[in-house]
Design a protein around this ligand. Sequence first.
Ligand code: SF4
Ligand code: MG
Length: 323
Amino acid sequence: SEKLLEVKDLKTYFPIQNGLFGRSTKYVKAVDGVSFDVYKGETLGLVGESGCGKSTTGRSIMRLIEPTEGKIIFDGKDISSLNKKQMLKIRREMQMIFQDPFSSLNPRKMVKEIIGAAFEIHMSSMRKKEREEEVAKLLEVVGLNPDYITRYPHEFSGGQRQRIGIARSLALKPKLIIADEPVSALDVSIQSQVLNLLNKLQKQFSLTYIFIAHDLSVVRHLSDRVGVMYLGKIVELTDANRLYTKPAHPYTKALLSAIPIPEIGVKRERIILEGDVPSPINPPNGCRFHTRCPKCMDICKEKEPDFKDIGDKHYVACHLVNG
Ligand code: SF4
Ligand code: MG
C-alpha cells in the first residue's frame, strides 16, 4: 500500500540553558534518529514511557516543534524545509488531537469559535452562517448535539471535550491525524467510546492515524502496526499482531509482560525492569537500553545495535536478534 508519510532519521534536540548568559552546549536529545513510514489508511501506534520522545516525534512531524535534523516526506512532498507560510497549507492535511481536552480548548470561546477558527484561517471566504453550519455538522459527526455550538468548554464532560477536539481536527478534512494520548486523561469507562469513535471516523473519512500512547494495551485494538520507543529511538516496529504475540526486543517484552492479553493463553512472567530511564542529555553508550536490559551482553555496552528488518518488515534494534 501507498506511503502517506516517511520519516527519515528525525532528530529533535532541545538546548539546555547554562546560566543567564551562558551558551548552551548540552542538549536534551528528545528524538534521536527515528525513521518510519506510515501507509495510507493505516493506524501506526507509537508507544513508550513518558519522556521517550513520542510526543516530540508527533509535534516535529507537524513542525509544531522544529526538528534539528532529518527528513519528513508527506504525501510525496518533502516538508522538512518548508517555511511557515508553505507549512500552513500542509497543516490543513495533518492535524493533531491532544491529550488534555481541558487545556487544549480555549475556555473563553464558544464551540463554534473553537472549531470555526480552522475555517477562518484556511477558508476565509466562508461566511459566518456557513461556518456555523459546518461546525454543527462536525458536532453530529462526533456524536454531539449540533445545538451545542454556542456552549463553552466548561459545560462539557471530559469525553465530550475530547469529541470537540476531534471535531476540530476533522474540520479541514485532513489526511493524517496525530493523536497524542487522546484517551489518557479520560475515565476508563469513556476511553473505549472515544476509541470506537476514532475507529469509525477513520473508515468514514479514509483517515490515516499516528496514535501515541504510553501503554501497549491502549493501542492494541486500533493499530495496524506498532512502534516501541525508548529514550529517543524506536527499538521495535512491526505488525500489531506480531508485536503482541512475538515481540523480539527485551524492552517490548517487558512492557508486554505488564499488561494482560487474554487471547494469549501462555502464562507470562512479569519482567520487572531495574532502575530508571537514563537522562536523554547523556544517553548510555552502545544500546541505550543496556542499563536496564535483563539480557545485556558485553557488546551492548559498546556497540549500538542497528535498527534492522529481521523478516517481514519486523524491525528490531537489538544485538540478540541481529548480531
Ligand atoms: Fe538488551 Fe543488548 Fe538487546 Fe540492548 S542490544 S536490548 S542491551 S540485549
Ligand atoms: Mg507526551
